[in-house]
Design a protein around this ligand. Structure first.
Ligand code: AMP
Ligand code: TRP
Length: 351
């Protein structure tokens, strides 16, 4: 069976039906800023590995970004950057559908339907909601409260079974499963239960280099390595990463911020390099300055090609538009089928 898409005569993509035998995968990234190593290792890195063997839908969650009221003039650039950085990281828009959430109106329609099955009490208990309330008590809008419902709609609209996301999203996934189960028990079996997808035992969490919480787009930007950071910025940020005076007993437990440096090293350096520093840690003669120098150079080599490719692509608006249009076409074909089925089960079936 033909899958994916091919170029037509006028250079436009021709959409061919996705392979029905492949499992469906959905994931999204908010267009709230520059992508960083947490996004890369927590999410995109897995997208790249999945695009060959699964029927993948990857999107820019631009509606989700509206909860914090970004400046309208920034939206387009932010969305384009996320697209460019995903492609530069290895997403092939001919294999995976890559689209903007706002280009698929079936998503807000399903969101509305699922809102009738989501309860205020359970939404108020979500830790990410509680964090937002704490951080911005003057902007506790309904979109923030129903964030997990929109996320469930993003996933269920394609009846996805696998969702590659970082550890911070596990609770949201659990809610998506709850909404699917609730819909099924009320209206009949329709949605499969989506699960977090992981290649390794654990979903990855990259901590901020200052050891305070997770690496994020908006907090502690000096302790976050962005895919757009230049070589010297990467070096500076890594050299400033939190360490301590080192272990005093052999085979000590590693503090979280040291584990994080080893995790990053494991991701970008040669295995023998990581092993050498790990033994030095276990034998109590590790020199964190040397470890950070090595990590900085390996990180520079890792980020540079992604940064350069993304910058080049971002300048090519015509190409980004083509990718988004083509992605939306693929996503809408799948979404329309789901919405038609859901409406029928609910009883919205008048003609
Ligand atoms: P966001 O930037 O919050 O829209 O996140 C997009 C994707 O990146 C989600 O799958 C998150 O789980 C993942 N992600 C964001 N920050 C981190 C982090 N520090 N460590 C691991 N994964 C992350
Ligand atoms: N909530 C996710 C985050 O903040 C982004 C997201 C929105 C998402 N919709 C999704 C991830 C659907 C996976 C599937 O990281």
């Amino acid at each position: 069976m033909l899958t994916g898409c091919q170029h037509g005569r006028n250079g436009r993509f021709l959409y061919l039906a996705p392979d029905m035998n492949k499992e469906i995968v959905v994931s999204g990234i908010r267009s709230t800023g520059f992508l960083h190593l947490g996004n890369y290792f927590g999410a995109i890195h897995n997208y790249v590995k999945m695009q060959q063997d699964y029927n993948c839908y990857f999107f820019v969650a631009d509606y989700h970004s509206l909860t914090t009221h970004p400046d309208p003039k920034d939206l387009k650039e932010n969305v384009y950057r996320v697209v460019a950085e995903n492609i530069a990281s290895g997403i092939d828009p001919e294999k995976a559908a890559l689209y903007a959430q706002s280009d698929v109106p079936e998503i807000p329609e399903l969101y509305l339907i699922l809102n009738m099955l989501a309860y205020k009490g359970e939404l108020e208990k979500v830790p990410t909601f509680k964090d937002k309330v704490r951080l911005s008590p003057n902007n506790v809008n309904a979109g923030l409260l129903t964030y997990p419902v929109l996320m469930a709609a993003d996933i269920l609209i394609h009846r996805a079974v696998k969702v590659p996301v970082g550890k911070d999203q596990e609770q949201h996934l659990e809610m998506a499963r709850n909404f699917a189960v609730r819909f099924n028990s009320r209206y009949g079996d329709f949605f499969p239960e989506p699960n977090v997808f992981r290649f390794d035992q654990n979903t990855v969490k990259i901590m901020s280099l200052d050891g305070e919480g997770k690496m994020s787009k908006s907090e502690n930007t000096n302790a976050t390595i962005f895919l757009s950071d230049d070589d010297d910025t990467i070096r500076k940020k890594i050299m400033k990463a939190k360490t301590d005076s080192g272990p005093t007993a052999p085979d000590s437990e590693m503090p979280e911020y040291i584990q994080n440096l080893f995790l990053l090293m494991h991701m970008v350096s040669k295995p023998e390099v990581t092993d050498t520093f790990r033994s030095a840690f276990n034998n109590c003669h590790i020199r964190y300055g040397d470890m950070k120098k090595q990590l900085a150079e390996d990180m520079v080599a890792f980020v540079k090609p992604i940064r350069e490719k993304a910058a080049e692509l971002q300048k090519d608006e015509a190409q980004i538009k083509r990718i988004l249009r083509n992605g939306a076409e693929k996503a809408r074909a799948s979404a329309a089928e789901t919405i038609a089925g859901a409406r029928k089960l609910i009883g919205i079936n008048y003609y």
